[in-house]
Design a protein around this ligand. Structure first.
Ligand code: C2E
Ligand code: MG
Ligand code: MG
Ligand code: MG
Length: 284
């Protein structure tokens, strides 16, 4: 019986391996066609500004609505897109689509809404990245100061490699945000070397709010130091009133998370959020 069980286990393992590979091959095949088949979509999550109590920005978050598997989360297909190099094409698509949407919102009166777009490591380090971003901005008539690129902390580890790219982006007038800050190993002293504008505190820190005094002290320190470096602070993954209040008290500039709103498809955003983005006219 033991032998049989062993054999079954082996077969099971084999089958699931095959299935795993088949799924991956299927996903890759599907991802190649996803753009042409209109299966990629962008959801927008409001970014709530605590200084003026308004939604002053949105983060573009990519969604893949697969014909067979349904909604595939970015954690499943972004790494695949990176492995296969498809991320270049997909990254360009996201940026262009999101800029076009920003233009539509501009036309609906949201004239100072900021757009945050995530950039993967491979995309960021690709030769000609800055030129491509500039070309898309020009093509979509978006003023660079309204675009913020979110680059993860881990992408920024090698200062010598990233500083020239960051400088070029800054020179174009684009804002830079360090995403998932605190999730890796980079320190605030490392950040002082980089030309950046925004520090986005990882959800992990926000989750810890209310748990332990020490965590709260770390949070206060991060915010204070970021401010002393002239960086704005965004907190992501804010889900509760307690977290919201704690961050507000500590001077966090912008809040993002389910407490304000989930990422929304454009039609729902337009129904629910436009009123909450009554932005100051440009001349103020
Ligand atoms: P991220 O940029 O750190 O985005 C934040 C993630 O947290 C999003 O997950 C968002 O839906 C989720 N989130 C927002 N508020 C809350 C909250 O209150 N609670 C919880 N539990 N989660 C919250 P999502 O949309 O699944 O995206 C995951 C990651 O995939 C993103 O992390 C980003 O790194 C990557 N990603 C998404 N879109 C793109 C894209 O267009 N290009 C690239 N390169 N990466 C992308
Ligand atoms: Mg992000
Ligand atoms: Mg993040
Ligand atoms: Mg994150």
């Amino acid at each position: 019986a033991a032998k049989e069980q062993g054999k079954n286990r082996y077969q099971f393992f084999d089958a699931s391996m095959d299935e795993h590979i088949a799924t991956k091959v299927n996903l890759e095949y599907g991802l190649r066609r996803a753009i042409e088949q209109y299966e990629l979509q962008i959801h927008y999550q409001p970014m709530f500004n605590l200084e003026c109590n308004e939604v002053t920005g949105v983060e573009a978050l990519l969604r893949w609505n697969h014909s067979e598997y349904g909604l595939v989360p970015p954690s499943k297909f972004i790494p695949l897109a990176e492995e296969t190099g498809l991320i270049m094409k997909i990254g360009d698509w996201v940026l262009r689509e999101a800029c076009l949407q920003l233009k539509r919102w501009n036309e609906q009166g949201l004239t100072s809404l900021k757009l945050s777009v995530n950039v993967s490591t491979l995309q960021f380090l690709q030769k000609g990245f800055v030129e491509r971003v500039n070309a898309i901005l020009k093509e979509t008539w978006i003023d660079p100061q309204y675009l913020e690129l979110e680059i993860t902390e881990s992408t920024m580890m090698d200062a010598n490699e990233v500083i020239p790219i960051l400088r070029k982006l800054k020179k174009s007038g684009i804002q830079i945000s360090v995403d998932d800050f605190g999730s890796g190993y980079s320190s605030l002293s490392h950040l002082t070397k980089l030309p950046i504008d925004v520090l986005k505190i990882d959800r992990m820190f926000v989750e810890a709010i209310g748990n332990e005094k020490r965590d709260m002290a770390i949070l206060s320190t991060i915010i204070a130091l970021a401010h002393s470096l002239n960086l704005k602070v965004v907190a992501e993954g804010v889900e509760t009133e307690l977290q919201f209040k704690a961050l507000k008290e500590r001077g966090c500039n912008i809040i993002q998370g389910y407490y304000i709103s989930k990422p929304l498809p454009v039609d729902i955003f337009n129904e629910e959020m436009i009123e909450k983005c009554k932005l100051r006219p440009d001349w103020v």
